[in-house]
Design a protein around this ligand. Structure first.
Ligand code: SF4
Length: 431
């Protein structure tokens, strides 16, 4: 296969494996939901089209609530964020009924739902003009669907089923964001390789993530004038690495510093705790972690590190080794949802980042969740179960994913500690 034909072939790889549609299989559990999305932690964005429709609702039938609780965003924002529904005194959406169902949907049907209410927790992206659909794990039911079902991200759905609106989508971040060249033509080939690395069970997950880091670093070095052959050669080179073990010695040699890792995770969590948007549910998750590794007064220093390492070995590792798909599915869903490693654009909430900064953001969120899980296994011991995983991932995602300032604090924290490199990522991943 000549260089130009292999480049052409690589550039055309796109199939169900690399084009997610499983968002269509999601169904809200309504009143059975343990952490409803109808309010508590956020004012709900309303797109312009819906806002205009709401202005005509009869005063006696939600019209009065519209005038009281639905306001135009200031300063003016993207059409999809044109207005928002303010929470009422209960802290919930004023349209959220005592029966835990949406009054607008019950009275007027799903056609009058805003794009956010119709689509969430589905996450819709458009790549090469085609719709893709993954899920936000800030919804407990979506977290169960993705984490606890072995090949959840490979389930095929019909994103044009009409079950939900499809007019609020994100796009692939372009090279124009001042961060080197993002070779769009190879997006699916790069994604196919990343999926294979995540699912390569011949290596522990921390090594797979460092291999992805090395690949992202190499992609970031692609200069705008570099040819497609250069990109294709990088992808083929890492495919060879995936099949072999020559990189393992380097990874084995990378440092493990559990004290520093815990220090970073506790400081990121405490910084989040100081924020008004901090939520009770994530607070409980964090305290369960602290109870797990916290050592009784008078214990020798370092006792918490030992408890952390013991819990990882005795509870966390056997639990996740018997369910390897859980953390793999977390990473695959993250990659699909965030159009990793290029990132998303199309909303004022998105920040342009380099490919390696996208990698750091994903890896630190993974390390944060995994570190919390180790502490919670220490707290729950033999009673640790899948529901603890769902609650940890869901409460974490709800507390971080929807807050651009919380996401920005992650890369800022790594930069300030000079850990925004593979060395730093090894410290955050290795036990
Ligand atoms: S969080 Fe998920 S399951 Fe709960 S009400 Fe919202 S969409 Fe439904």
């Amino acid at each position: 296969m000549s260089a130009s034909s292999s480049t052409a072939t690589l550039a055309s790889v796109a199939d169900t494996k690399t084009r997610p549609t499983y968002a269509d299989t999601f169904h809200c559990i309504g009143s059975a939901c343990e952490d409803t999305c109808c309010g508590e932690d956020w004012d709900i964005p309303v797109d312009k089209k819906t806002y205009e429709k709401y202005q005509h609702l009869p005063f006696g039938n939600y019209g009065s609530s519209v005038s009281q609780y639905v306001s135009i965003t200031t300063p003016p924002a993207h059409e999809n964020l044109y207005a928002y529904i303010k929470r009422d005194a209960s802290g919930l959406c004023p349209f959220f009924g005592k029966d835990h169902f949406c009054g607008i949907q019950k009275t007027y049907g799903s056609g009058l739902l805003s794009a956010t209410c119709s689509i969430y927790p589905r996450s819709l992206n458009q790549v090469d003009g085609l719709l893709e659909g993954s899920l936000s794990l800030s919804c407990p039911e979506a977290a169960r669907n993705v984490l606890l079902v072995p090949d959840s991200t490979q389930i095929a759905g019909d994103l044009y089923s009409g079950e939900f609106r499809t007019d609020n989508v994100s796009l692939l971040a372009t090279s124009g964001s001042g961060f080197g060249r993002k070779p769009h033509a190879f997006f699916h080939a790069i994604r196919a390789l990343l999926i294979d690395i995540v699912q390569d069970r011949s290596r522990p997950l921390w090594k797979r993530l460092l291999l992805i880091g090395s690949f992202c670093k190499r992609l970031d070095e692609i200069a705008t004038h570099d040819s497609d052959e250069v990109v294709s050669a990088i992808i083929q080179n890492y495919r060879r690495i995936l099949g072999g073990d020559w990189l393992d010695a380097n990874l084995e040699g990378m440092p493990a510093q559990p004290r520093l890792r815990l220090d970073v995770i506790i400081s990121l969590s405490m910084e989040r705790a100081r924020d008004t948007t901090y939520r009770q549910r994530f607070r409980e998750t964090f305290w369960s972690f602290i109870e797990g590794i916290g050592s009784p007064a008078g214990s020798p220093s370092g006792d918490d590190i030992q408890r952390f390492l013991d819990a990882e070995e005795k509870y966390h590792r056997p639990f996740f080794e018997s369910r390897p798909f859980i953390l793999e599915n977390y990473l695959l869903n993250y990659m699909f949802q965030n159009l990793f490693p290029f990132g998303r654009e199309g909303s004022s909430d998105f920040t342009p980042r380099s490919i390696f900064d996208e990698y750091i953001l994903m890896t630190i969120q993974f390390s944060w969740i995994n570190t919390l899980l180790i502490g919670i296994t220490a707290n729950c011991r033999e009673a640790f179960a899948e529901e603890h995983v769902v609650r940890t991932v869901q409460s974490f995602t709800r507390a971080i994913e929807h807050y651009p300032h919380a996401l920005a604090s992650i890369n800022a924290c790594m930069r300030s500690r000079r850990m925004d490199n593979l060395h730093g990522m090894a410290i955050m991943l290795k036990n």
